[in-house]
Write a protein that binds this ligand. Structure first.
Ligand SMILES: Nc1nc2c(ncn2[C@@H]2O[C@H](COP(=O)(O)OP(=O)(O)OP(=O)(O)O)[C@@H](O)[C@H]2O)c(=O)[nH]1
Length: 320
């Protein structure tokens, strides 16, 4: 079968995605006046213009524009037979994507009016265009989902303390107020334990800051291992940690705090037996939410109890 060419060019239309299965005579008639542009490698195509471009030879690169909030360094390569710029033609918006020739290319430029005529007069072209747009929407949705996942990952990372793996102050600031609100609303108890490592300055001075970091990790691990999945451990400050116990009243909170105190005292800082065996202890303060109390007052109560543990000789638990 004789290949169908268009314009005065040697190119055939049977390999162009958009015109697959379309009435070739109609397509050829409408494409006849459309210019074929030769674009040198690295040159942009009509920035901001409204035209549908079909690559006949060479290759184009299409990068989403930052103004759309879609720019993410992703570049799509458009190869012979494929098209770019359909959307700007259909929604009558200026093309916000940067289209550049990756290599010396021949590109058929179809102006908006001709695209609409093709849609009106060639069912096959209209169907192909719909299919193409549907594919583009799916790809954009998948890209958005990927970006949401990455965003959520970084959001969660920003809520975790890098040294201990416990939640950090940002997490506490976001989550404690609603937890206090919920406890008041449901009249469920909520308890809080403040944990502060004893003589930690001396520990650092004697064993070095790296050993201090390791001791902090060991204490955080001991705390995490001793809690129920419904409890939360937070690194509150340097060597100060905080434990939140939802649905837990004062009596049980003191039992949990005693357990944490024991586990920290027994924690192994260096598993390498050739290293000296320093150990740590902690002082703890326990407070339970009282009527009308806000989160700051609750923390202040636990802090005051912790201070009394320090005053009484450290390595112990005091309840507010
Ligand atoms: N290695 C290490 N040390 C830390 C970190 N954050 C805080 N510290 C140290 O923890 C020490 C806390 O010292 P202080 O607040 O004086 O309290 P302390 O020596 O534990 O004394 P008491 O709390 O009264 O028992 C300081 O020397 C801080 O430098 C950390 O991330 N790593």
């Amino acid at each position: 079968m004789k290949p169908i060419t268009f314009s005065a060019s040697p190119y055939t239309i049977d390999n162009i995605q958009l015109f697959k299965g379309a009435d070739q005579a109609v397509v050829r008639k409408l494409l006849a006046p459309c210019p074929i542009m030769h674009v040198a490698a690295g040159r942009p195509l009509n920035p901001g213009g409204r035209a549908l471009y079909i690559v006949l030879s060479g290759a184009l690169s299409v990068a989403a524009d930052a103004r759309m909030g879609m720019a993410d360094g992703n570049i799509n390569k458009v190869l012979p037979g494929e098209s770019a710029g359909e959307q700007s033609v259909l929604d009558e918006e200026a093309n916000l994507t940067a289209i550049t020739a990756l290599e010396d290319s021949d590109v058929l430029a179809i102006d908006a009016e001709t695209v609409w005529k093709l849609i009106d007069e060639s069912n096959g072209t209209a169907r192909n265009l719909l299919r193409l747009l549907s594919f583009r929407v799916r790809a954009a949705n998948a890209q958005l989902r990927r970006r949401q996942k990455v965003g959520e990952f970084y959001r969660q990372m920003s809520m975790v303390d890098g040294l201990t793996g416990l939640y950090n102050r940002a997490w506490l600031n976001e989550l404690l107020p609603p937890m206090v609100g919920q406890a008041h609303g449901t009249e469920q108890p909520l308890s809080l334990i403040m944990v502060d490592l004893d003589h930690f300055k001396k520990f650092n001075d004697s064993h070095g800051h790296l050993a201090g970091d390791q001791a902090l990790r060991a204490a955080a691990q001991a705390i995490s291992n001793a809690l129920r999945p419904s409890d939360f451990a937070v690194r509150y400050g340097g060597e100060e940690m905080l434990v939140l116990l939802p649905d837990t009243g004062a009596d049980v909170a003191v039992v949990v705090a005693e357990r944490l105190c024991d586990r920290i005292r027994q924690s192994v800082i260096f598993h390498d037996m050739r290293l000296p065996m320093p150990h740590i202890t902690a002082s703890l303060g326990v407070a339970s939410l009282t009527e009308g109390q806000d989160e700051q007052a609750l923390i202040a109560c636990a802090d005051a109890a912790l201070y009394r543990s320090k005053e009484a000789g450290r390595n112990r638990v005091t309840a507010a």
